[in-house]
Ligand binder design. Sequence first.
Ligand SMILES: [Zn+2]
Length: 113
Amino acid sequence: MHEMSLMGGVFEVIEQTLAQHDIKRVLQVKLKVGELTNAEPDALNMAFEAYSKDTRCEGAELIVERVPVRGRCRTCHGEFALATMIFLCPMCQSSAIDVIQGEELLLESLEVE
Ligand SMILES: [Zn+2]
């Protein structure tokens, strides 16, 4: 499952964070998930439960914030939201587009005890 490997990366970051602080328990985990990751919320929840079992994250609430895809045109340098997989600049129709947002799966914040 794709979400398991994404969540594995998130838990590496969580563990690094927990290792640096004296934390009893994690209450809430907030993630930013780009639309281009194609991560399903249900599958993310399942992956989260699997990884958090028997850790300080067990029972924590998972909050997933969806991040829309945005691109920047290399020709006219405009920035815009990208709809699905059509990567064309709406201003100048160039296809030289850099994705600047939407590929990430990031740990946004941890609420701890
Ligand atoms: Zn353009």
